[in-house]
Design a protein around this ligand. Structure first.
Ligand SMILES: [Mg+2]
Length: 281
């Protein structure tokens, strides 16, 4: 399926990848070395030892044990040389009323596909289809852009609430489980997601980042650096927070508003958040 899509739309995807790389090198030049964002250098082949598979078989377990089975997702992310290349997220209870499950599958080279499966009686509705890159909303000027966020169920994080206010967020969808946050973004229900609590692991992120990239999304840590899914690390927890956006435009708007309206960078907020967490403990 991916290969066919790649064959038919090779030119478009190539331009798309080029744009992705240009976008990153333009917007993030000062913070990320060009080497780290060499999307066009995706190898024709790679060695198995350069590849790591990050699996979260049951994400959203807390909700699951409380009986909210619609919170769960299963994720498989594949990284090559530390960067995400393939993402799969399966949400078995996407819409329980129709026994509707959904699988997202994609690579930054071939784009993203969703597969919908329904109750046997509705099997005629089963379908696969590709999703286009996220829209840039260029018709809306930067200052009028309204941000829809997705965030943690925890509403009592003072720093996060300040950040949402500074970004002029219309709404923060409180969604349980990291997999669900990616699903929310991939479904275009949210423009961005910021997480400052060091709780997510590489297996919570790898598939999500690969899939966001497949729609031309952006994910970095709070300092603007790429996350490297390095299996040789002792701890698979990214320590510098996460900011994920549907595109670079939204990413810049979010970061600029936070800096302008609070006088602090995202990384400074991150440090304050760490203090807040330590205090609560
Ligand atoms: Mg998880």
């Amino acid at each position: 399926m991916l290969y066919e899509n790649f064959g038919v739309h090779k030119e478009a995807y190539y331009n798309y990848l080029r744009r992705l790389e240009e976008t990153f090198s333009k917007g993030l030049q000062s913070e990320i070395s060009a080497k780290e964002w060499k999307f066009l250098d995706f190898p024709e082949e790679f060695f198995e030892e350069e590849m790591t598979i990050w699996i979260d078989p049951l994400d959203g377990t807390k909700g699951f044990v409380e009986g909210h089975i619609h919170h769960i997702t299963g994720m498989i992310g594949v990284s090559v040389k530390g960067r995400p290349r393939i993402g799969v997220i399966h949400k078995p209870f996407y819409n329980m009323r129709y026994h509707h499950s959904r699988t997202y599958f994609g690579t930054p080279e071939c784009g993203i596909f969703i597969k919908d499966k329904f109750h046997d009686k509705l099997d005629r509705l089963r379908k696969y289809h590709p999703l286009p890159p996220f829209p840039h909303d260029f018709a809306v000027p930067d200052e009028d852009f309204r941000i829809w966020s997705v965030g943690s169920m925890n509403r009592n994080q003072v720093i996060m609430n300040e950040i949402y206010e500074a970004m002029q967020t219309v709404n923060v969808a409180r969604v349980a489980g990291s997999g669900n946050k990616w699903v929310y973004m991939l479904d275009q229900k949210a423009d961005g997601y910021i997480n400052m609590v060091p709780g997510l692991k590489f297996w919570d992120l790898c598939a999500g980042e690969a899939l966001l990239q497949s729609r031309l999304g952006v994910l970095t840590d709070a300092s603007g650096n790429a996350i490297f899914y390095d299996e040789s690390l002792e701890d698979y927890t990214p320590r510098n927070g996460i900011i994920a956006c549907k595109n670079l435009r939204t990413y810049n708007i979010m970061k600029e508003r936070i800096e302008k309206n609070t006088g602090k960078s995202l990384m400074q907020h991150h440090a304050l958040m760490a203090e807040e967490i330590a205090r609560k403990k």
